[in-house]
Design a protein. Structure first.
Length: 537
């Protein structure tokens, strides 16, 4: 006997239809601009490829990989010692160090770049202090606008990702194997290299994947600190597609960049699967955190001084540069500031809503149709947008719609950002027992009850976290608004970039501080809301 369609079920079918339309729109918003960006590469002009163009292309590819690999290596070198102290040692300031993990998630890289300009720039705090103390005529610190500067900024900006991922894994490691190695006479160094490090490699590799891709697609930091004689593919694509209007060259660079990103993503994924098989299991609990031993005090001091100088100090300098009331008065008097703030809030809210809806829709589809994760194709689909950069998407969207708008900006951001929402939501749905889903399918009158009655409530925590994360990513994105060049439309991040480019560093720091507070507030609220309320509330 066929069940009657109640208003609740009618609403469920309407919501499911809207979600299907949204997913189709997101797919088209990704495929059409991406194809349009690569289409000029298929043209065959009479001149073809010259030896000079090939050499320039290879130089750009080498520079891109070099800065991405070096930045990732620096992030790992800074993150692993910090992970050890966070996971295994108890000391004043431990919670402050652990809280740094949220900075790369909710603070845009442009803000960190401003902090470095304010601290280590030619007119930064440290250079002015050193010039005053040692009576120097020229700024002694000049590393910022170079390859080293790019690597240092990106490495220390992303080190918390590796720190917390490794610390979480380090906290869960049992001490049985390490204690057995010590009983057999192994030194602490050998215990770390032969026992602890192999157990941590899966976590380190999984953390290096997003860090490498962030550095590989880095745009604003390279645009601000790029040294003469070298540039990345991302910046080269922007200049070719927007400045010199060499669309064929931009398409060729975009094709090479995307292929390289796919290869890097595939290599890291394969390596992650390989090393995850070696992850050891322990039947004993992890040891309790101890105080820092006397022999560890000097390494700990060096580690904390390094992180304080290259991570906390740039963030503090942003607040110092914008603490004057005169700076805020000049900022508020600027004509485009309030519209930029309004555009940022509306764009980020729309992008976060669409990304969360698309991410949950695909996560629910994957959980129901591939409960045991046996389909490699379905698991690969969310990785595809991660191999396409914002600049490539922006150039393709510009070629497709000709005139950028807020709607095209939201579509482009959603097409690139929804996989991050999916990665936040899917682990919560994966925890739902398969027996529960099977029972819901058997006992429910309508097949959508399983999604709305089981998966949606169970995924609430991930949905809230994904919304805050996508809001912060959208609000901090300056690349897509810059490439789309929407008439009379600035977001706060693009407004900050324009202020920094016009050497109004104090006003840029004030606007950047406001942007950082906005992103951190939304991110913090979303994470606070996802926590269960105490009993009796």
């Amino acid at each position: 006997m066929k069940s009657r369609l109640t208003p609740r079920h009618a609403a469920q079918y309407a919501a499911a239809g809207a979600a299907a339309c949204l997913c189709a729109a997101v797919v088209l918003a990704f495929l059409l601009p991406f194809a349009q960006a690569l289409l000029p590469a298929c043209s065959s002009p009479a001149d073809g490829f010259s030896a000079g163009s090939i050499a320039a292309l290879l130089k750009t590819v080498r520079y891109t990989f070099a800065q991405a690999l070096a930045s990732t290596a620096l992030a790992a070198l800074a993150g692993l010692p910090a992970a050890f102290f966070v996971a295994r040692r108890d000391f004043p300031g431990r919670r402050l160090l652990a809280s740094c993990a949220s900075v790369p998630l909710c603070i845009p890289p442009l803000i960190m770049a401003l902090g470095y300009i304010s601290t280590f720039g030619m007119a930064g705090y440290l250079n002015r202090m050193l010039q005053h103390v040692f009576s120097l005529n020229e700024a002694p610190l000049s590393f910022l606008y170079s390859f080293r500067g790019i690597v240092i900024v990106q490495g220390f900006y992303n080190f918390p990702i590796i720190m917390m991922t490794a610390a979480d894994s380090w906290t869960q490691l049992g001490s049985d194997q390490a204690d057995s190695a010590r009983i057999l006479g192994a030194s602490e160094r050998r215990v770390f290299l032969t026992v602890t490090l192999p157990q941590l490699i899966p976590a380190i590799v999984s953390a290096c994947i997003p860090v490498f891709l962030y550095c590989f697609f880095s745009f604003m930091i390279v645009l601000l600190f790029g040294a003469t004689g070298g540039t990345t593919m991302e910046v080269a694509i922007y200049h070719a597609g927007r400045s010199t209007l060499k669309f064929r060259e931009a398409a060729q660079l975009a094709l090479v960049e995307t292929v390289c990103a796919f290869c890097a993503l595939a290599a890291y994924s394969a390596l992650e699967k390989k090393v995850s098989r070696a992850k050891a299991l322990s039947f004993y609990g992890a040891p309790a955190r101890k105080k820092i031993a006397p022999a560890e005090r000097l390494p700990a001091l060096c580690c904390f001084l390094l992180l304080g100088t290259f991570f906390l100090l740039p963030l503090i300098s942003i607040a110092l540069s914008s603490c004057s009331p005169a700076v805020w008065k000049r900022l508020l008097s600027l004509r485009g500031f309030i519209p930029a703030l309004r555009h940022t809030a509306s764009t980020a809210l729309m992008t976060a809503g669409l990304c969360t809806a698309a991410g949950f829709s695909y996560a629910a589809f994957l959980r129901l149709h591939d409960p045991y994760g046996s389909s490699s194709l379905l698991k690969t689909i969310p990785l595809i947008p991660m191999a396409v950069s914002s600049v490539v998407m922006g150039i393709g969207m510009t070629a497709l719609v000709r005139r950028g708008s807020q709607f095209s900006l939201v579509l482009a951001q959603t097409a690139l950002t929804w996989p991050f929402a999916f990665r936040q939501i899917y682990p919560h749905l994966a925890k739902v027992p398969q027996d529960t889903l099977d029972a819901a399918r058997t006992l429910s009158a309508h097949r959508l009850d399983c999604i709305f009655s089981i998966l949606l409530p169970c995924g609430k925590n991930g949905i809230l976290s994904a919304a805050g994360f996508c809001f912060a990513m959208s609000a901090g994105d300056a690349a897509l608004p810059l490439v789309l060049a929407i008439p009379r439309f600035d977001t706060l991040s693009l407004f900050v970039y324009r202020l920094a480019g016009s050497y109004r560093v104090n006003e840029a720091c004030a606007a950047g501080l406001l942007l950082g507070i906005l992103c951190m507030a939304v991110f913090s609220i979303s994470n606070r809301m996802k926590e269960p309320l105490p009993q009796g509330m």
